[in-house]
Structure formats: C-alpha cells, structure tokens
Ligand binder design. Structure first.
Ligand SMILES: [Zn+2]
Length: 362
C-alpha cells in the first residue's frame, strides 16, 4: 500500500496554519502553501505573515508593554523633581546643568558668566543655578546649533547677553523666525576663540553632520568637549543617528571626537556626561551596525517572497526588500549590543533602516 502523503493531509494542514498564526513565524515562513493561504485571507494593505526570522524586539509602530531595562552604566545622578535641574562642576568655573533629558553648560569668569545653550525645558532655572555659584551677570550665550530643544529658552535667561553662533545657525534661525530663538549678534565660519578674563572657550565648525551650523565647544583648561546631538554616553543614539542630515559625515564626526584630546564630554542629552570610553563604544556600535547592514544588503534578494501581484509596484518591491535587509541587520546586532546600550530596543530598528538607506544612496 502506498504511504499517505502527509504534506497534503487536510487535517495536518489546518494544524500547521493554526500554529503559524499563534507563534512568531520563524518556523512557518518557508511554507509557501500556508503563506499564500494566509495572504489570501488578509485585506490588501493589512499585516501579513511576519518575515522569516523576525526578531523578538517590537518593530516601529507596535506598542511595547515593557522596554528593556536601562543598564546601570547608563544611569546618571537623579534630578530632584522639586528643584527641576541638577548642576555638576566639570572643572575650574565650568558647570554642566541638566533637567534630566537635556544638558547645557555655563562658565564663570571674573566679570560675568558665559552660558552655552538654553534648553526650554529648564532654561528658566539657569539664572538660579548660576546665582548659586556667582553673583556675576550672564554676559554671553553660545548656541551649539539652531534646534529648539537646545536653545528655545534663550529669552528666559533674564538678561540680554551677546549671542555667539555659527553663520549657518543664523541662516536657519532667520528662516524659522521663532521669537524664542533670537539671532546671534556674533557669527563665525570656521573657528572662534572666546577669551573672557582667565577663561577660554574654543568654538570650531566641522561641517554638516547633525545639522548645518552644529559646532564643537572646547574648554581647554577644563579639558571638556561639548558636541550636541552626536554622542549619547551609555545610550543608543536617538532615532536615525539622531536625525543626522548627513549620515557619512556623522560617522566622520564621531571618529573626529574619538580622536579629540578631552576628559569629559557633554552630549546635550541623556542622563550623564561622557568619557572617551563612551565615544569609543558608540563608534564600535556604529561600525558594527554598518558592517551588519552591508552584509544584509549583500545577501538579501529583491523580490524574494513578494506577492507576484505586487511585482509591478516598485514601492512595494523596495519596502519588502528593505524590511528583510533590516530584519537581517537586527538579528546581527541584537546578540552583541542589546544589553550594552540603554534604549537599544527603542531605536535599533530606526538605526538599521537609516544605515541601509545611507549605504544604498549616499
Ligand atoms: Zn539637534
């Protein structure tokens, strides 16, 4: 008697379909018959069977019950909620001030105070924080760059300081016309040395990476480097390399910071200041990510598994291809980095999407 062909046994087919519907599709995605059956049931545009090897981290747009725990190494000192800010001395007359999510600085000198950035979330507290260490007035305000979350509190400092920024920052501020971000009165293109009393800040421009006009602010005596929205000590960068406008240039800037001679880094966000080790760690993460996306792009075939009815839709073809590249990128990155960087699960999908796009078109 001929043995029964189990693959076409109707009852077994139902069991497989139910199992695939109730678990992540890793083991089921290769079953062409099951996939097409389920695809036929889904309305056009509705979610279909997950890609093969779909990682366990929720993709963009899917609600998460509990994000991964923040590693201890990423945690900074807590900000007293009643106070609303925390001040940290970085060296002779130089302080970092934070409200918990943003960071800025101020530097005292013999006749006054230089403030670097005024995040709107706590800028109203800056005069109070300054008054805790000196009775001198705020005479200068430096803009790291034009973004509102770093300088939108400029008018709440309670003074009319001289504002210093890069030429490109003023161009963007003019375009925006935001009364809360007044134009700088002193601008520069390449370098600017602010020397006040016995204190010095060296401002320099290294091109557009995060945003045109985003500058490096270096305090040579205190060996403190402030670069905003590029380095995230202990954390994965904010989505899509912190919305870098030029991803290859962003990589170059992180390398430049990695080679800079400093002791303390102020990154403008997250919970603590950074060290040179933090910069090296972020660079290693980015280089791993680049290699993972390169590998995924090489071994992913466009159109494989796409519904034949969508072959004439180039947007669909690319969406399906790019998704599979990113799933591969994710699966390479998760084992090595998911417990090392805070917020890994929050933004790793975004980083893989940004990396594969930059590698294809930049
Ligand atoms: Zn920014």
């Amino acid at each position: 008697m001929k043995p029964e062909n189990r693959a076409f046994h109707p009852r077994l087919h139902i069991v497989v379909a139910v199992a695939c519907a109730s678990v992540a599709a890793a083991a089921c995605g290769s079953s062409a018959g099951t996939t097409s059956d389920m695809r036929a049931e889904a309305a056009p545009g509705a979610p279909g069977v997950p890609y093969a090897n779909m990682p366990a981290l929720a993709p963009i747009g899917v609600r998460v019950d509990k994000y991964l725990d923040v590693p201890d190494a990423a945690k900074g000192p807590a900000v007293d909620p009643a106070r609303g800010y925390r001040t940290q001395k970085l060296g002779d007359g130089l302080y970092m001030i934070t409200g918990g999510a943003n960071q800025s600085m101020f530097m005292t000198y013999e006749e006054g105070v230089v403030v670097v950035d005024a995040p709107p979330t706590y800028a109203a507290h800056i005069p109070k924080a300054v008054a805790e260490v000196t009775d001198k007035p705020i005479t200068h305000l430096i803009y790291s760059h034009a973004h509102i979350d770093h300088i939108g509190g400029a008018t709440s400092l309670g003074a009319k300081p001289t504002i210093i920024a890069h030429t490109e920052t003023n161009r963007l501020l003019k375009r925006g016309g935001d009364p809360n971000r007044p134009l700088a009165t002193v601008t520069f293109d390449h370098q600017y040395r602010l020397s006040v009393g016995s204190q010095v800040l060296e401002l320099s421009y290294h091109g557009n990476a995060h945003l045109p006009g985003n500058i490096f602010i270096y305090a040579p005596k205190q060996r403190v480097l402030m670069v905003v929205d590029v380095i995230f000590p202990g954390w994965i960068p904010w989505r899509r390399f912190a919305v870098a406008q030029d991803v290859p240039a962003y990589f170059e800037q992180v390398k430049k910071i990695n080679g800079w001679d400093f002791d303390t880094l102020v990154g403008g966000h997250v919970t603590r200041t950074g060290t040179r080790t933090d910069v090296a760690t972020q660079l290693a993460f980015m280089e791993d990510l680049k290699a993972a996306a390169q590998t995924a792009l090489k071994r992913t075939t466009p159109g494989e598994g796409l519904n034949p009815a969508d072959r004439g839709n180039p947007w669909a073809l690319f969406d399906h291809f790019i998704d599979r590249v990113v799933v591969d990128c994710m699966n390479q990155m998760i084992p090595k980095w998911s417990t090392k960087l805070a917020g890994f699960d929050v933004y790793i999908w975004d980083q893989c999407y940004s990396m594969e796009q930059s590698l294809r078109i930049d």
